[in-house]
Design a protein around this ligand. Structure first.
Ligand code: NAD
Length: 415
C-alpha cells in the first residue's frame, strides 16, 4: 500500500468503519467504490498560439442518496486517485450532514499560476463540454475547490447553458451572486469549520476566547476560518500559504494579512510578524490547528510534535492514518474533514435548492440553517464516537457509511 495515496487511505478508513459497523461483503461491493470515473483530454489554445493538452477527471463515487456533488480542483498534482478519494469523502460528508446528495469530484492536472485568465477560461469551457454527458442539476453538480473560484463557476454555468439553449444556474454551485449564487457561500466552508471548533471546544472544555490558533493555507477555507475564529476572541498566531508562513505571539490582524496577500501575492513578509515554514506552522504552540491546504501534511514524521488540542480539518485528507494513530494516542481531538469542512457543501446545497426553486433566501437564514446542520452533524458523530468507543475520524466514517448503506438497502440492487 502507498501510504500517501489518498484513495487507498479512503478505502482503508472505509474498511475500518465498515468492520466496526459489521457491514457485510455484499453491501461493501455496492457502496465502497466510485460508480463512475471519466478521464478527458482537454486541448487548449494557449496565448502564444500553441495547443497544449491537459488531462481532466470527473468521478462520481455515489448517487445512492441523490445527485453527485463536489468541487473541481486545478493543481499540478491532480490525478485520478486523488479525485477518486475526494469524491469518496464527499459521499460520506453529504450523508453525515443529511444532505440529499451523493459524492463527486473533478480536477484538471495543470498549473493555474502559470496560465493567463483567457487560457483558464478556454480550459474550463472545454473541460465542461468534455464532461457534459455525465453532469447536470439532477445528475452531478460541480463547485469550487483548490485554485478554482466563483469566476470559474460562472464560465462553467455559461458553457453548459449555451449548449442547452437556456440558463441552467443549478448546474454548478459557488457561482457569483449575479447568476444565482447564494449569499454566504463564500464563507460557508470556513463558517462550518469554526462552528465545529466551537462545538469541539465545548466538548473538551477549552475556552476559545482565551485560546490560540494556527491556520495552514490562506485561500477560501483558510483565510476565512482565520478571520471568523478571531472574531470569537481566539488569537490567530500563525498562518501560511504555498510560499511559507508567518507567526506573531501577539496574534495577527487577519484583515490586514488578507490585504497584504492581495497586494503581494503571499502572507510572507507581513510587517510585525516572523516568517516561518509550513512545517513549523503545523507544530507551533497553539490550542487549535486548522489545516486548510492540501492532503498528507500531518504524517508520522510530525504528528508527535503537534501541540494543538484540537485539529479541525478544513482541508480534505490532511492527516495520514499513521499520523492519526499518533494523534489519537496523544489525545488530540480531531474534527475530521468530512465533518469539519461540510459547511461548503451544505451551503452549496442551499444554493442548488434556491436555484431549482427560483426563490432566494436571506443571509441570516442561510447561516442559521448552516449552524443547525453543523450542530446536528457534530452531535451525531459524537454519539457514534461514544456508542462505539472509537476515534472521531472512524465515528464520522461510520455515520456516513451507515447512512449510505441504509439508503442502498431500501433502494435494493438493480436489476
Ligand atoms: P484555495 O485555492 O482558495 O486556497 C488554497 C490555499 O492553500 C492557498 O492559500 C495556497 O497558497 C495554499 N497552499 C497550496 N499549497 C500549499 C502548501 N503546500 N502549503 C501551505 N499552503 C498551501 O482552496 P480552498 O478552496 O481554500 O481549499 C483548501 C482546502 O479546503 C482543500 O483541501 C479543499 O478540498 C478544502 N475544501 C474547500 C471547500 C471550498 O468550499 N472551497 C470546501 C470543502 C473543503
Amino acid at each position: 500500500m502507498d501510504n500517501n495515496n489518498p484513495f487507498e487511505i479512503a478505502m482503508r478508513n472505509f474498511d475500518t468503519a465498515a468492520d466496526r459497523l459489521g457491514i457485510n461483503e455484499n453491501m461493501r461491493n455496492r457502496i465502497k467504490h466510485p460508480v463512475r470515473a471519466l478521464i478527458v483530454s482537454i486541448p487548449v489554445r494557449m496565448d502564444d498560439g500553441s495547443v497544449r493538452r491537459f488531462e481532466g477527471y470527473r468521478v462520481q463515487h455515489s448517487t445512492m442518496r441523490g445527485p453527485a456533488k463536489g468541487g473541481v480542483r486545478y493543481h499540478p498534482q491532480v490525478n485520478l486517485d486523488e479525485v477518486k478519494a475526494l469524491a469518496t469523502w464527499m459521499t460520506w460528508k453529504c450523508a453525515i450532514s443529511g444532505i440529499p446528495f451523493g459524492g463527486g469530484k473533478g480536477g484538471i492536472c495543470c498549473n493555474p499560476k502559470e496560465m493567463s485568465p483567457a487560457e483558464l477560461e478556454r480550459m474550463t469551457r472545454r473541460y465542461i463540454i468534455e464532461i457534459m454527458p455525465i453532469i447536470g442539476p439532477e445528475k452531478d453538480i460541480p463547485a469550487p475547490d483548490v485554485y478554482t473560484n466563483a469566476q470559474t463557476m460562472a464560465w462553467m454555468m455559461d458553457t453548459f447553458s449555451m449548449n442547452k439553449g437556456y440558463a441552467v444556474p443549478g448546474i454548478v454551485t459557488g457561482k457569483p451572486l449575479e447568476i444565482g449564487g447564494s449569499l454566504g457561500r463564500e464563507f460557508a466552508t470556513a463558517r462550518g469549520t469554526v462552528y465545529t471548533v466551537e462545538s469541539g471546544a465545548k466538548y473538551i472544555g477549552l475556552d476559545l476566547s482565551k485560546a490560540t490558533c494556527a491556520v495552514q493555507g490562506f485561500g477560501n477555507a483558510g483565510s476565512n476560518a482565520a478571520r471568523l475564529i478571531s472574531e470569537l476572541g481566539t488569537k490567530v498566531v500563525a498562518v501560511s500559504d504555498s510560499q511559507g508562513g508567518i507567526f506573531s505571539s501577539k496574534g495577527l490582524d487577519i484583515d490586514a494579512v488578507i490585504q497584504h496577500k492581495k497586494e503581494t501575492g503571499s502572507v510572507i513578509g507581513f510587517a510585525g510578524a516572523e516568517d516561518i515554514s509550513n512545517e513549523e506552522l503545523l507544530i507551533i504552540d497553539c490550542d487549535v490547528l486548522i489545516p486548510a491546504a492540501l492532503e498528507n501534511v500531518l504524517t508520522e514524521k510530525n504528528a508527535a510534535d503537534v501541540k494543538a488540542k484540537i485539529i479541525a480539518e478544513a482541508a480534505n485528507g490532511p492527516t495520514t492514518p499513521e499520523a492519526d494513530k499518533i494523534l489519537e494516542e496523544k489525545n488530540v481531538f480531531i474534527i475530521p474533514d468530512i465533518l469539519a469542512n461540510a459547511g461548503g457543501v451544505t451551503v452549496s446545497y442551499f444554493e442548488w435548492v434556491q436555484n431549482v426553486q427560483h426563490l432566494f433566501w436571506k443571509e441570516e437564514e442561510i447561516n442559521e440553517r448552516l449552524r443547525t446542520i453543523m450542530d446536528v452533524a457534530f452531535k451525531s458523530v459524537i454519539e457514534y464516537k461514544e456508542k462505539y468507543n472509537v476515534y472521531m475520524r472512524i465515528a464520522a466514517n461510520m455515520l456516513g457509511i451507515n447512512r449510505v448503506a441504509q439508503a442502498a438497502k431500501v433502494r435494493g440492487l438493480y436489476p
